[in-house]
Design a binder for this molecule. Sequence first.
Ligand SMILES: Nc1nc2c(c(=O)[nH]1)N[C@H]1C(S)=C(S)[C@@H](COP(=O)(O)OP(=O)(O)OC[C@H]3O[C@@H](n4cnc5c(=O)[nH]c(N)nc54)[C@H](O)[C@@H]3O)O[C@H]1N2
Ligand SMILES: Nc1nc2c(c(=O)[nH]1)N[C@H]1C(S)=C(S)[C@@H](COP(=O)(O)OP(=O)(O)OC[C@H]3O[C@@H](n4cnc5c(=O)[nH]c(N)nc54)[C@H](O)[C@@H]3O)O[C@H]1N2
Ligand code: SF4
Ligand SMILES: [Mo]
Length: 749
Amino acid sequence: MNTCRRNFMKCVGLSPIVLNMPGVLGAFDKELKFPRKFTKSICEMCSSRCFIDVRVDKENKLFIQGNIYSKATQGKICARGGSGVSQLLDPKRLVKPLLRIGERGEGKFKEISWEEAYKFIALKLNEIKSKYGAKSVAFASKSGPESIFINQFAYAYGSPNIFDHGNTCPSAYSVALKSVFGTSSLERDYANAKFILSFGHNIYEGMVISYIRAINKALEKGCKLVSLDPRFSMLSSKANEWIPIKPASDVAFMLAFIHILIYEELYDKKFIQKYTIGFEKLKESIKDYTPELMTKECDIDAKKIKELARECASFSPHCIVDYGHRSTFTPEEIEFRRAIAIANTLLGNIETKGGIYFLKNAKIYNKFAKENVAPIFENVLPKIIKPKDLRIDGVDIKDGEFSKIGEKRGIYTKVFNTILTQDPYPISGLFISRSNPVITANNAKEVIAALKKLELFVCIDIYLSDSAMYADVILPESSYLERDEQFLANAGKYPSYSVRQKVLDPIGDTKASNQIFKELATYMNLNKFFPYKDIEDFRMKQAFKYPEFIYELKNKGVLEYGIELLARDKESIEKFIEKYPNSKQFLDEDGEFKDLLACQTLSGKIELFDEVLEKACARGALTYNKIKLKEENEFYFIQGKVAVHTNGHTVNVPWLNALMDNNAVWINQKIANDLNLKKGDSIKITNEVGSVIAQVLPTIGIREDTIFAYFSFGHINKKGISASYLLKNDISPVCGNNVHTIGVSIEKV
Ligand SMILES: Nc1nc2c(c(=O)[nH]1)N[C@H]1C(S)=C(S)[C@@H](COP(=O)(O)OP(=O)(O)OC[C@H]3O[C@@H](n4cnc5c(=O)[nH]c(N)nc54)[C@H](O)[C@@H]3O)O[C@H]1N2
Ligand SMILES: Nc1nc2c(c(=O)[nH]1)N[C@H]1C(S)=C(S)[C@@H](COP(=O)(O)OP(=O)(O)OC[C@H]3O[C@@H](n4cnc5c(=O)[nH]c(N)nc54)[C@H](O)[C@@H]3O)O[C@H]1N2
Ligand code: SF4
Ligand SMILES: [Mo]
């Protein structure tokens, strides 16, 4: 990659229109100079945040590779990770703060200075606060290391309404895990599993490199992988068996699966007796959900369900019923994901090799080792108590239906609904960072209508995203290759640490969140909530007790401490005691670290019946409620990730756009024949929410009642379709998730 801007522009054949747009890199006149070295850092081309090593050579060429010091990713990255260079140098990337001068959505902005931007925002925030109260401004950011700064700013300003992207992504499984285990800090030991049952956990496309490495390892060792997915995903292609399950029917399958585990007595009786509560209630609630009854619901043979339950149990405790990540997200998502958590518990695979384990941070690890094995950081940001006003989404109602969601997560898409309805009170300001709700929240039309209604809309992004188009002020964040961030402490089988370090100084006039919010705070007399000079000072305050650690972490980018700790695996325990002899005192009569399984649930045990949810919304027991997402003559419309793009983020990135710039809609070959549709023909997809025009890809790799599109496309002025124009912004019980599957009809155009 040539790093002289002018030559670079020539290479990519930049159009004069782009060069004329204010605020973008294409209009920025500066020779680019990169330092010559290797820098260990963290990728942010998606939220998997793999460890990278960025090389700058003698000719100023930049190359991104994986960091070999990470055991989890083993020096591997994906195509998007390698394309970070293309994003960094994308002429369309924002490099100056922008102020809107046209109508909302018209895309007319002018460049302003940071000072002007801060003054504008501070004035408006103060105005809104005095008119409606601070609670009337909502703050949202995709979760990640930088989100602590926007959250700190929101609480300092006085608004309780802070959100991450949770209800469009991890809320469902994390709430389910919290219900059963009292925490969502668990992980799957894929690498050592002998049997994995996967419900649309599409890791080879919705990539998490560490998972890919681990599952590859398991498969090499002969692990059996069964993929339940309505379409033939990449994971299905690697599986021993692909079962094209009916969309949204996974819960029915799981209830029958549990029925077999319990009524054929395939569960781990000792584990249930020792570590859990609520078994009798579970047994009672599950008794009618026989495979024979549920087969009609999920379109999977009763015989097959029984076979899978028996086979899975035969490998226990080295088996995983994967609680996954996305997939359909149904209105009954809580029951589905909780059923998975409960199935694993019945199989007794908690804290075992090839099972599921609690994440151990330094505090817990050191406690069990009875030694100071791993560093513990100081808090730098002073803790601010949540502002006293009630939130708009009810997650702060103690023991309420949504109380397991978490106050830093909330139910994000409720914001757009609230802006329009003013229920329970008006939201008149919105401040977002790394979030593109026009593409990634359900019902784009409603989101746009809401954004247009705001008195203040501030957006921090690296691009003029479909959402930033509606902002009053856009603040350009430095891209991740230009950013230094705080040290991160991670939990796992053992504690580890990582750090994002800038590879080069910001090319344009951009800043990192840790700087943006600190500076904005000074314009609002809130500086005391950001007591650090700069990010280096922040890091020193975090880890001043460990100077050697700081040096080593900066050198290697990732550090791991201690050895594997699995509380119920004999071999792991033996090794742990050998290394940390004082830990022996924590062993119980069965030779297990029982206390590691003490849960933050009401009972302190793993809960197979949730008393809190029972009181809040009569959902204590696992139950089956019929799900209807489409009419008889309609198709299910499902989506999934594509290997070469990330959500609403990478559509501009030149290298990735060159790899794929459109998403054809998968349709079953037989249905295509019936409708006389050939590859590349156009169809109109319609439902009560809206309609879109798409091209088709007939394939035998999908159910006859389902169509599928890769997510990430259909941006304004771009090719392909975005499901968000067809989905309803409905909020599911308990986990508050958006539902990502909907009924549609199709016609040839
Ligand atoms: N390349 C790439 N990698 C990514 C991302 C990206 O955008 N691009 N995003 C990252 C993020 S934010 C996330 S959350 C993860 C997501 O990772 P995953 O959740 O693993 O990936 P998705 O592709 O969203 O998963 C959807 C899968 O579920 C299937 N499916 C749809 N409906 C149903 C159903 O009702 N039942 C079952 N059993 N399956 C169904 C789809 O066909 C698809 O294969 O990926 C991360 N990694
Ligand atoms: N229908 C449907 N909806 C979905 C999904 C689906 O599969 N189908 N997937 C869901 C999932 S799993 C997720 S996680 C969400 C994701 O949705 P969002 O939370 O909106 O996240 P992204 O689309 O990944 O990126 C958001 C924005 O971050 C910007 N960005 C990139 N890097 C930076 C940076 O360094 N700093 C700043 N400030 N901004 C940056 C990008 O330009 C982009 O505009 O979408 C969800 N919505
Ligand atoms: S999966 Fe790819 S894009 Fe995502 S963090 Fe890892 S290398 Fe980067
Ligand atoms: Mo996600």
